[in-house]
Structures are given as C-alpha cells and as structure tokens.
Design a protein around this ligand. Structure first.
Ligand code: 26Q
Length: 755
C-alpha cells in the first residue's frame, strides 16, 4: 500500500518525491485526499440534516483527513522513504479560522461524527476570507491583523452554483463552495460555504479595519468576534442573511431534486439552528415557501416541523436582539413575515416576555426560534436546567415538550487519535481499537488503575507530550519551559465570566508567597491561550496584566525558579492540539451558571489532565463520572451565584477591604514593579473593575480557588502515582463526552435521519 501511495504521489507531483518541494507534495496530498473522499460520497434517500452555523472551526485538514480515510500511516511511510516528514508538510497548511471558539468547534466536531456514523448531514456556513483576526502581542498588548488563510492552497472547492440574495434592496450572487467532510471509516459529507465573487481584500485598511460601506467588497471578509461594536453588528445581519437565504434556497433545491413537493419538506430536511446567528432561516423559508405557492399558515407549520434550535449561552447580553430598524434596512422582505409571526405569538399568549418584537421595537431572535421550531436544547444538563428554571422559564411553561438537553461532545478522532498519537497507541495496545468508534470502550481502562507498568507508561507519555510542547513553544515564541514542572493550562476565549482574572490573582498570590519564602510544592508553568474581542476593553486589560506579570516574574531569579507564565500567541485549533496533550491541570474556573457547557474541559480530560473547576456547565457531568476524588472542585454553586445576583447585594469592595490576601493581590496590579513593566492605564482600569464591580464574582471564589489549587499542586508533587491513576480514571471515563454520543442523541430525539 505504501508503494502505491508513493507512486500516486509521484504522479501527482509530476516529479520524484525525493526531488519534490514540500509545497508540491502538500498540493499532491490534497489532491489525493479529495479524490479518495469523493469515493465515499453516498446518495441521500431519507431525511437529511442541515447544520446551519455562522462558524465552523474545523482546524487543519490534511492529517485529519488522512487519518479518517485510513491513509495516514501509508502516506507517512511513503514520505519518509523519500526522506520527507509529514509534519513538515502539515506546517504548510493554513488553519481555516472560521470560528470564535466553542460554538464553532462544536459544529466541526458534529460534522466529523455525522460522517463517521454514516449519517446524512451537511454544514451550511460562510467562507470568510480572513476569518477571525490573527493575534499578536506587542508591548504587552494584543494587536490584531487579518488572517489570510485562503492564500496558497486551500481546501474549499468552487462550484458553479450561485443563488440570488437581496440585501438592502440590491441583488447579490452567493456562490457555493464545498469542503469535503470525511468520516472515520465512514462516508463523506459536505460543508457548504457561501461567498461573493466580488470580495476585495484591498478594502482592508490598517489592522483589521476596512471600509464598512462597500458591502459588495467586504461582506465575507471577516468573522466578527463574539462581542462587537455597533457597526460590526449591522454587517453581521448582512452576513447572516446571505448565509440563510442562499442556504435555504440550496436546501429547497436539493429536496426538490429528490422529489419533495415542499408540503412534505420536513420528511426531507431537518435544519439545526446553531444559536441565534442563523435564525433568519425561519422567516426566509416561510418567504420562499410562499413564493412556491404555500399559504402562510401551512408554511409556518412546515418550517416549525423542519427546524430545531440550540441555545449556547445564558449570558443575557449575548442573546441576539436586533433593533427593528436594522432589519427594516437590510432585510425588508422578512419584516412582514416576522410581524405576522409576532402576531401569532400574541394570539397564543398574553405573556409579553415571549413576544418576538418587544415594546421598544427590538426583535428577539431566540424567541422566534423557540416559538417556531419544534425543539429547543441546551448544551449541558445544568445549562438546560437553568434555561428551564430561569432564563427561558416563560417559554418552558408554554412548551415543556420542546425543551431537551444535549450535553456537548468532542470528536475523539481529532482530540485523541490525531493530537495524541502516543496515548492513542497505548490505549489501543491495552484495550484494542474498538474505542475509536465506540468511545464507551475506554471504560475497559479501569482494569489498569492498579497496574504500575501502565501508570508508568502513562506518566512517560505525558512527559513526552510536555517536552513536545516545550519544543514547540521554543520554536514558535522563543520561550524556554521546564517539562519537569507542573503544566497548568487555561485556554479558551478571553471573557470575564471565564475568569482568567481569577487565575491572575492566584499567580500574584503565589508570587508573594514565594517572595515571603513559602515556596510551593512544585514548580509550575501556567499557560494561557486566549483571544479577546478588540472592542472588549477589560479583556484587553486582563491580557495586559498577565503579560506584564509574566515579565515581572521572568526578571526575578528567585521567583522564576518556581513559577512561569506563558501566554501562547494566536490560540487556535492547531495550538490546542499541541497544548492539550501536555496538560497536567486543566483550568475550568468560570463563574458557576455562566459557562453553558465548555468543551475544552472534555478535551483535557480525554488527554489525561485533571480538572480544577467550578460546578459549572459540563464540569458537573465530568465530576459525576470521575468521582470527587479525581477532580478538584471549588467555589460557589450555581444556585448560590444565581441567588447572589437576585439579591443584588454583592459588593466587591467589601471583599477587597475585608480580606488582606485579596487586597494584597489586587493592589499588586498597580505596584511599582507592575507599573515599571506595564501600562498604568490598563492596570488601574482592571484594578478598578475588580474592586468596584467584579460582575462575575471573582473575589468570593478567591480563597477556595487558592486552597484547591494548592492542594492539586501538593498532590501532583508528592504522589505522582496517585496523580497518574486519577489521570487514567479521567481518560477511562471520558467516553460519554464523545460527540458520537451527542449526535446519536440528537438523531434519536430530534432529527430521525436514515442511514
Ligand atoms: C453575537 C452577536 C454579534 C456578534 C457576535 C455574536 C456571537 C458570536 C459567537 C455570540 C456568541 C458566539 C459564540 C458563543 C460560544 O462559543 N458559546 C459556547 O458554545 C459552546 C458550545 O456549545 C459551549 O461549550 C460554551 O460553554 C459556550 O460559551
């Protein structure tokens, strides 16, 4: 087989592999993968899923596709025979930056599971030319530049399909691009991405600024960060409508081609609405069905039967509500439909809280989704419970039967087989290959919890992965780290509710303790990866404080023997694949009730890290599975937090003034050392925020966090065997968090797809 691959590649390169440049080999491999994946396409007969999402954070594709197609080992062997290295070639691939974080990555994991499980399910999204911004650090601050990921060889295949879309009264042509989604020993589905031919990267000015008036040139240039300015918000409506209108037309066309007469659309299509970003698909489909001669009332029923909605957030400020005049401006053709839908709601219930258009003329996208789809789900048990009890309680009263939970999951192909090949091989050696498609089989590892040889091996694998991360950090950022230290990682979008600032306060506390001669049980390397929305001022300040503290520590020879802070620049899927396998302690420290699920927590667990976390999101379900002895839980419960908000009596200043440790840590932000290394404006503003407001209740959890984290460091240092045993239990119990399980649940309860 390796011989055949060798010949094939040589043919595709047009020269001997030995002579070919890595760029040529990369292009040849892309060709090979695309040809092979086409062979796995399956004609659809029954109901087909369309997962519609503004984000698909798919990560690099070459190795992943080779693994899924079963070609990885042969290609690697063929290349090495020619003196080439697959990982050098992988370096040439740009990561498609088509997502912000969890929601986009979840969509990518779902596509992998659908294809692996042989289910008919395509994605629908946008082909952003520069995706999410590229992050650099300079002068201790985040700066942003466009990420030209489409430059060079890219995996999206241009088609001849174009769909007319009217935006603000003007017609545009949305062109369809296709990206093959290869399943692991499964089928090939498709990610359908829409774009305009007229996009012009030269409208980009300095940084990521661009002329916002030129829709034709700028519409799919950037993906907006999850917290943005007013101008960006209007453009998002343009983007969203381009996606849903072209997507809806494509769905109807595909179904018609399979014999659907649109009265029975729900027998042919299931549409999953990923958060409210694609919500306009509901009125748009009703509009299109109308054009096809279907009366409004029937169209409403058809669309309700076809669509289902997933909620990914409890933060009220992140729920999309658009001022009506925005929609009047961009999509006037939808407004009469949205008004009629709102009128139906008003006929149904006197509960004004559930209206689509409120008294201030704001349009609530989530309300439209819940009334006019047949399913609303949260993404972890606690999250769904909170939706029912508080945030969406009025809707739950109206439609208890629509509400359901689908705890998130991750694909084990990328997050174990690809990113941690040494661990995957050891697991296969111990329990056979079945876990790759049936993740529950990981539980068989429980028989090895007292096996010293296995525990030693696991310990060595972790050490190897830490060395690999240390090498990568050295090559990428020129920082030296000590793989014998404990690696603690917090990587996720920067947001106050995720509480990177709590981690910051711990690190300052630790700094003081070391200075006072109280050295910790183990040296630590505290690693961060996080992008902050450019308009999110406090998030920028938190990055600045961490970068500044990192410098202060590095310049202190006594302290730096014991602790180091590393902030990974431009955190993305590629970085995550290096960081996660090397982690000892996974920091999941959001304010309880605020993190809908989290999925990084699952990736770390699967790779043998222990979790230090609050009882939030899916952490609750992780704790349930591994048992309290194998996880470090701390902090207020969600009920306590929700009560504190309801009482409205939280006063950060009282905590600051009443606790000398808290005061010492916060005051350090504007100490002489910090001011000498950083910027007073940022540091003082962060201090003010923490003492004056602290909306995400960092201070009440401060002491519990320090106690628990210190305990984890102690356990890690004093009993490596017990630590590794806990790591093994975490791996063995991770099966539930496979996205294959999540997709099976969506399919059984919501989609009912045929194989
Ligand atoms: C909204 C309006 C305007 C501009 C941007 C946005 C916007 C964009 C992205 C709002 C939210 C997002 C992304 C949200 C997200 O990633 N949520 C995460 O979803 C994960 C998958 O379910 C969960 O695990 C995380 O807990 C949740 O935070």
């Amino acid at each position: 087989m390796a011989e055949e691959i060798y010949r094939e590649l040589t043919k595709l390169c047009g020269k001997d592999l030995e002579q070919a440049e890595n760029e040529e080999i990369y292009a040849a491999l892309l060709n090979l993968v695309q040809t092979q994946s086409r062979k796995q396409e399956v004609p659809v007969t029954g109901r087909k899923l369309y997962y519609i999402s503004a984000e698909f954070l798919i990560g690099k594709l070459l190795s992943n596709n080779l693994i899924n197609l079963g070609l990885y080992d042969d290609v690697k062997a063929a290349l090495s025979k020619a003196g080439k290295n697959l990982s050098d070639i992988e370096e040439l691939e740009n990561e498609p930056s088509l997502g912000n974080g969890g929601l986009g990555r979840l969509a990518a994991c779902f596509l992998d599971s659908l294809a692996t499980m042989n289910l008919p399910g395509d994605g629908i999204g946008l082909r952003y030319h520069c995706g999410l911004f590229h992050q650099n650090f300079s002068d201790g601050l985040q700066s942003t530049t466009p990420d030209y990921w489409l430059n060079g060889v890219d995996w999206t295949e241009r088609t001849e399909k174009v769909y007319p879309v009217t935006l603000a009264g003007k017609e545009y042509k949305a062109r369809l691009y296709k990206l093959a989604v290869t399943g692991y020993e499964g089928r090939t589905n498709s990610l359908n991405l829409f774009d305009l031919d007229t996009i012009d990267e030269s409208v980009i000015q300095e940084g990521i600024h661009f002329d916002k008036t030129k829709i034709e040139q700028n519409l799919t240039l950037f993906l907006y960060p999850d917290d943005s300015d007013e101008e960006g918000r209007l453009l998002r409506i343009y983007q969203q409508y381009l996606m849903v209108s072209a997507g809806a037309q494509m769905i109807l066309e595909e179904c018609a081609a399979r014999g659907c007469d649109f009265h029975n659309l729900a027998d042919y299509a299931a549409i999953q609405i990923n958060d409210t970003h694609p919500s306009m698909v509901i009125p748009e489909l009703i509009r299109l069905l109308g054009e096809n001669g279907i009366e409004f009332e029937e169209a409403v029923q058809i669309v309700t039967d076809t669509c289902a909605y997933t909620n990914h957030t409890i933060l009220a400020e992140a729920l999309e509500t658009w001022p009506r005049h925005y929609l009047d401006e961009v999509v006037p053709q939808l407004m009469p439909i949205i008004e009629k839908l709102d009128a139906l709601v008003r006929e149904k219930t006197p509960d004004a809280v559930t209206y689509i258009i409120d008294s201030e003329n704001r349009v609530h996208m989530a309300h439209m989704d819940i009334h006019f789809s047949h399913s609303t789900n949260g993404v972890a048990a606690l999250h769904t419970q909170i939706l029912k009890d508080t945030e969406l309680a009025n809707f739950y009263r109206l439609y208890p039967e629509k509400f359901n939970n689908k705890t998130n999951g991750i694909t084990f192909r990328r997050w174990l087989l690809k990113c941690n090949q040494e661990l995957a091989a050891e697991i296969e050696h111990l329990i056979g290959p079945g876990f790759k498609k049936n993740a529950d089989e990981l539980e068989k590892l429980m028989q090895y919890t007292e096996d010293d040889a296995v525990l030693n091996k696991l310990y060595m694998i972790k050490k190897d992965n830490k060395k690999a991360l240390a090498d990568w950090l050295w090559r990428k950022q020129g920082v030296k780290t000590n793989p014998d230290a404990m690696f603690l990682i917090q990587s996720k979008r920067l947001h106050e509710y995720k509480r990177q600032q709590l981690n910051l306060l711990f690190l300052i506390h630790q700094y003081y303790e070391i200075r006072a001669g109280h050295t910790p049980a183990t040296p630590i390397v505290s690693i961060f990866g996080a992008k902050a929305a450019p308009a999110y001022v406090i998030a920028q300040d938190i990055i600045h404080a961490l970068l500044t503290l990192s410098k202060v520590i590095a310049e202190d020879p006594e302290v730096s023997k014991w602790m180091q802070i590393v902030f990974v620049e431009n955190y993305n899927v590629t970085a995550a694949e290096k960081m996660i396998p090397a982690c000892d302690l996974s920091e999941q420290i959001s304010l309880a009730s605020k993190e809908a699920s989290g999925t990084g927590n699952m990736k770390f667990m699967l790779n043998g890290a222990l979790t230090l976390g609050t009882m939030d999101g899916a952490n609750v379900e992780i704790a349930e599975r591994v048992g309290t002895g194998n996880i470090y839980i701390f902090g207020q419960t969600s009920n306590q937090v929700i009560r504190r908000y309801a009482d409205g009596d939280y006063c950060a200043r009282e905590w600051y003034e009443g606790d000398p440790n808290i005061r010492r840590a916060i005051d350090f932000l504007t100490s002489e050392q910090m001011l000498a290394a950083g910027h007073e404006e940022n540091l003082a503003r962060l201090k003010n925020e923490l003492t004056g407001k602290d909306w995400f209740q960092t201070l009440p959890d401060f002491n519990a966090y320090i106690v628990r984290k210190t305990q984890a460091m102690q356990d890690y240092a004093t009993n490596p065997r017990a630590w590794t045993r806990s790591a093994l239990i975490n791996i063995a119990q991770a099966g539930f968090f496979s996205s294959d399980r999540t997709i099976a649940e969506y399919n059984n309860d919501i989609w009912h797809l045929d194989k």
